[in-house]
Write a protein that binds this ligand. Structure first.
Ligand code: SAM
Length: 302
C-alpha cells in the first residue's frame, strides 16, 4: 500500500526539534547570567514605559517564553527569523502558553498581545534573513538584544558586527545555550571521540550566517567581541544533562551527531553506523546519559 503521509518540511521538522529541546534548554540556562542581564535591563529601562527586546533567530519562541515572566511587566518584543513557519508556530505556541498561565491572548497576523494583572506584553514578528545585520533599524531603541541556540551557527565577523550593533544601540545582550564542543556520553563506546571530533568539525562549516561558523569557539569569540566593543561581560555554563528521562531528545541528538559526522568524513560511515546502533540501544535500555556543553553570555555597557 502506498504511504500517503506527507513528509514534514525542514521548517516543520526544526519546529518539532525546538519543541523537544525547549524544557531542557530552559532548565539548563545559567541563573547567574540571567541575573546579570536583568540588573542591566533594570538600569537601562528604569525610565522607559516598557522594556524593548529584540530576539534574533527566534525560531518558535523558546527564548521569549523563558524571559517573559522574568522581565519587568511591560514589554515590547521584536522577534526575528527567516522562517515564516516558525514565526507562525511562535505566535500560536506563545498564545496557548499564555492562556494556560491565565493571561489574555489577542492573536492577529504577525502580532500577539498578552496581558494580565502582572503582564502587558506586545510581540511582533519579523521575517528577515539575518545573514547581514546591516541595513535597517532592528536594533534601534532596544534595551535588550538576545538569542538562544544561535551563536554557534554564525561567523566571527558576524559576532563582531553584532557587538558593534548592540553598542551603537546602547543595548544589553543575553546569548544562551551556545554549544561549546564539550560532550560526554555514558556508557562509553570506542568511537565516541571520533564522532565528536567529526561533529565538531562539521560545526565549523558555513551555516548561512556570514561564512564559516565559529562553532564550538563561538562562546569565547562572542565574549571577546563584546569585551573589545567596550562591554562588561558575565559568562557561565548551561550544559544539557540528559538521562533516561529524555529518550526522544537523546535519540534525535545522537542521530544528528552521526549524520553530521558521516557528512564530514563519508569514509567513516561503516564505523559510525554500528556506533549509532549501539548508542540507540543504550537509550532504549534506559542506560544512556549524555552531557552537552553550552555557554551563556550576558554583556552590558558600563
Ligand atoms: C537552533 S534554532 C534556535 C531557535 C530559537 N532561538 C530557540 O532557541 O529555540 C536556529 C534558528 O535560526 C534561524 N536561522 C538560521 N539561519 C538564519 C538566517 N540566515 N536568518 C534568519 N534566521 C536564521 C532558524 O530558522 C532557527 O529558527
Amino acid at each position: 500500500m502506498t504511504d500517503m503521509t506527507t513528509p514534514a518540511s525542514p521548517d516543520e521538522s526544526l519546529s518539532s526539534w525546538l519543541r523537544l529541546r525547549e524544557p531542557v534548554d530552559h532548565a539548563s540556562r545559567s541563573v547567574r547570567v540571567l541575573e546579570a542581564t536583568l540588573a542591566a535591563v533594570a538600569r537601562l529601562a528604569a525610565d522607559a514605559p516598557s522594556v524593548r527586546v529584540l530576539d534574533l533567530a527566534t525560531g518558535a519562541g523558546s527564548n521569549l517564553r523563558y524571559l517573559i515572566e522574568r522581565l519587568p511587566a511591560a514589554q515590547e518584543w521584536l522577534v526575528v527569523d527567516r522562517s515564516p513557519v516558525l514565526l507562525r508556530h511562535l505566535l500560536e505556541r506563545t498564545a496557548a502558553w499564555g492562556q494556560a498561565r491565565g493571561y489574555e491572548a489577542a492573536l492577529s497576523e504577525g502580532h500577539l498581545w498578552l496581558s494580565g494583572p502582572s503582564l502587558q506584553c506586545d510581540i511582533r514578528t519579523c521575517e528577515r534573513d539575518l545573514t547581514t545585520l546591516d541595513g535597517d533599524n532592528l536594533f534601534d531603541g532596544r534595551h535588550l538584544v538576545t538569542a538562544s541556540a544561535l551563536l554557534d551557527l554564525v561567523s566571527v565577523s558576524w559576532l563582531r558586527n553584532l557587538a558593534g550593533r548592540c553598542r551603537d544601540a546602547g543595548a544589553a545582550a543575553l546569548f544562551t545555550i551556545t554549544y561549546d564542543g564539550r560532550t560526554t556520553s555514558c556508557p562509553e563506546e570506542p568511537e565516541d571521540a571520533l564522532v565528536l571530533e567529526l561533529f565538531n568539525r562539521h560545526q565549523h562549516t558555513d551555516k548561512g550566517l556570514d561564512g564559516d561558523a565559529a562553532g564550538p569557539d563561538s562562546a569565547e569569540a562572542a565574549r571577546r567581541a563584546f569585551a573589545d566593543a567596550g562591554f562588561e561581560t558575565c559568562t557561565d555554563t548551561s550544559d544539557w544533562v540528559l538521562d533516561a528521562s529524555h529518550p526522544a531528545l537523546q535519540r534525535e541528538l545522537i542521530a544528528g551527531w552521526a549524520h553530521a559526522a558521516i557528512e564530514t568524513d563519508p569514509e567513516q560511515a561503516d564505523v559510525i553506523s554500528p556506533w549509532l546502533t549501539r548508542r540507540l540501544l543504550h537509550v532504549k535500555a534506559g542506560e544512556s546519559a549524555v552531557r552537552v556543553g553550552h555557554q551563556d553570555l550576558a554583556a552590558w555597557l558600563p
